[in-house]
Design a protein around this ligand. Structure first.
Ligand code: PDD
Length: 284
């Protein structure tokens, strides 16, 4: 059965959904996006995603074609129409279609597209039991990673490098320090302390990260927001990642070296449990 997607105010079967070849999202990657997870047919952390979307748009002087309430309505309508119990809602807004010119065009109408991805078993992912393997690669992305733009080619290349090495993902390294995963924030645990890079233009300000650090503090865990090296990660007791699509996911190997016991650790497992429980309660 074909999915229903949302394009510029219309709900359409995916085969009929179209955007212009002149769309600046297509020509310049001049667009931003959000991915919101769905558990039990409800949206997780919608507020955080809506706020970050507005920030990304503001940083790029791009118009928001919808209000927050309209956006929530479209998310819910797509979840309902596509019968999503567990999965994701993808949202993209671009500067719209205009004759090709590097300068931002005057008066282009933004393009807005939303679609769902059904992912049964997202919360009960088998990877959460076995843990992920990562490799380290140089971070060769642009310098405004705090803006969630659709220019994702380097992260895609990183994912392919990981695949070629028999791993699940890549952690990117800048000036000897880990920035983040290809599409997630990175953490290590040593003793009772969780370490993750501080917020700056170097990383995406993860919505899951914010929630997990809040839950960690509430559970009396120590959190240090600072950079760490791959060597420090290899000597850690545990490692994990967070994102809207993986929640909290243990990392058990970096560049072929086992972390701690080489199996998912108790801190990541506990944070995953708390995150899922609290997020389900707060889902809308
Ligand atoms: N990625 N860092 C990067 C580079 C990301 O692309 C993402 C999210 C995150 C985690 O952010 P959040 O917790 O708000 O999902 C960190 C999404 C899931 C994606 O591109 O599919």
């Amino acid at each position: 059965m074909s999915r229903t997607v949302y394009v510029n105010g219309e709900y359409l079967p995916e085969e009929q959904a179209k955007v212009s070849v002149f769309d600046r999202g297509f020509l310049f990657a001049d667009g931003v996006y959000e991915v919101t997870s769905v558990l039990g047919g409800k949206l997780i952390d919608f507020d955080g995603h809506a706020k970050r979307l507005q920030r990304s748009l503001d940083e790029l002087e791009m118009k928001n074609p919808v209000t927050k309430d309209e956006l929530l309505g479209v998310h819910r309508e797509l979840v309902e129409r596509n019968g999503i119990d567990e999965g994701l809602v993808y949202l993209q807004i671009t500067r719209g279609a205009a004759d090709r010119d590097f300068a931002y065009p005057d008066g282009a109408e933004p393009t807005i597209v939303l679609f769902t991805q059904s992912k049964p078993g997202l919360a009960e992912s088998p990877k959460a039991k076995t843990g992920m393997k990562v490799i380290s690669i140089e971070d060769q992305r642009w310098g405004r990673r705090d803006i969630k733009t659709v220019q994702l080619l380097y992260p895609s290349m990183g994912k392919m490098m990981a695949k070629a090495a028999g791993a699940d993902d890549a952690w990117m390294v800048q000036d000897g320090q880990v920035t983040e995963g290809t599409s997630n924030n990175a953490y290590i645990v040593k003793g009772n302390t969780i370490v993750t890079r501080q917020l700056s233009n170097d990383i995406l300000h993860g919505i899951t990260r914010a929630a997990v650090l809040r839950f960690a503090a509430e559970a009396q865990m120590q959190v240090e927001e600072r950079p760490f090296t791959i060597d420090e990660a290899m000597g850690a007791d545990e490692a994990f990642i967070t994102s809207a699509s993986t929640f909290v996911m243990p990392v058990v190997e970096i560049d072929g070296a086992a972390i701690g016991t080489g199996t998912p650790g108790p801190v990541a497992a506990r944070l995953r449990e708390i995150y899922l429980e609290e997020s389900r309660k707060a889902a809308i």
